[in-house]
Design a protein around this ligand. Sequence first.
Ligand SMILES: Cc1ncc(COP(=O)(O)O)c(C=O)c1O
Length: 437
Amino acid sequence: MPDTNNQFNLPVDELPRKWYNIAPDLPEPLPPPKDPPEGPSRVDMLPKFILKNCLGQEMSTDRWIDIPTGIRELFIQAGRPRPLMRALRLEKALKLPKTIRLYYKREDLSPTGSHKVNTALAQTYYAVKEGYSEVVTETGAGQWGSALSYAAALNDLKCRVFWTRAAYRWKPGRRTLMQLFGSDVFASPSKETKFGRELLKQNPQHVGSLGIAISEGIEDALNRDGSIYCLGSVLNHVLTHQTIIGLETIEQFKLADDEPTLLTGCFGGGSNLGGFVIPFAGEVLRKKRECSFLASQSEAAPNLVRGKYMYDHGDHAGLTPLLKMYSMGHDAELPEIWAEGIRYSSAAPLMSALRHHGLLDAVAYPVDEVHVFTQTRRFVQTEGFIPAPESSYGVCAAIDKALEFKQKGEEAVIGFNVSGHGFLDMQGFAKPLNLEW
Ligand SMILES: Cc1ncc(COP(=O)(O)O)c(C=O)c1O
């Protein structure tokens, strides 16, 4: 393969036909969801706010799950498979030896600009099959809200989005995008729900959090006929839908005739990194390959780095069952950052299990984000496009690791997932980098 080839593309007919479920390959069964000691059973409520097909996948112990033809068609409509790129120009700028190579997966090329479209298309497809007319959700960065709005439009569903006020305020472009698709968008906490009204009473300018927006989305969906709640991260079925990323990447590394030794990406609830690495981690567990995995986080929400492995709710109000995960506490106050999408209290149970069993490392970068965006700027100026503020954490970790290996004289093949683009997030880069705004 000439060294100038920087693109590894799968033909459309090689788009995977099955998702990979890592649950049966884990060293121990995944701890099941539990009820808290008090209040109504949250476990019994699950079918009221998770689609039946998704709930089946949530509990499944089948290693492979068929992707329905209708969802494969939607994936193809959305531009899958997506390229794996060799970062030749970035390698040159970092003066890396040939023994350290960098590759990145382009999830930013999705119609709304992130990996979130993968599970949005699956969930809306199932929502139609199950007879719903409306989907309701939360969003942090605005990427999941955009993805679900897009998928709802394609599947002729109505859509309501509760968006953390912290990001709602400075991303009018994403708000318009969601509205163009036909969604109703509310700054969270909002006046639409009892929980939101209570929080607004305490503080009318409450900046919100993903945990609060999830509580609002669940409450809203439970109170509306024909409406079902959809979650954009954390849960097993979401990560399983996202394995389309890693399954494509395994085939693309074969095309590149190379083997990754380290895979990294940003980490909020864990869906993009999970989707990227879980198929590889499964092969590690089945002794078919060796590879390390690294989650890149912010000190604003370092759930894997400083959280405790414990049973906790996934939302602020405690409407979800208790899940065993690394968590900062479901009602933790998390400082605002520009990468709003990774400001979340807990790490997905599947990724928490990988960390617990020693397969997943994690790093957390300072809240001022200066180092992360400075490193990302090197990527922007060499590879030529703008990752999302969230994705920048994965870019930064890949660069930092490459430079560390160079200094130690070690070999490495590093893959990272560019989970989204930042074309609607300019202010987020301008402020920490002192650019004009
Ligand atoms: C582009 C992008 N990447 C990553 C994330 C973090 O979520 P997750 O850890 O589930 O991938 C978000 C969340 O909004 C996002 O918008």
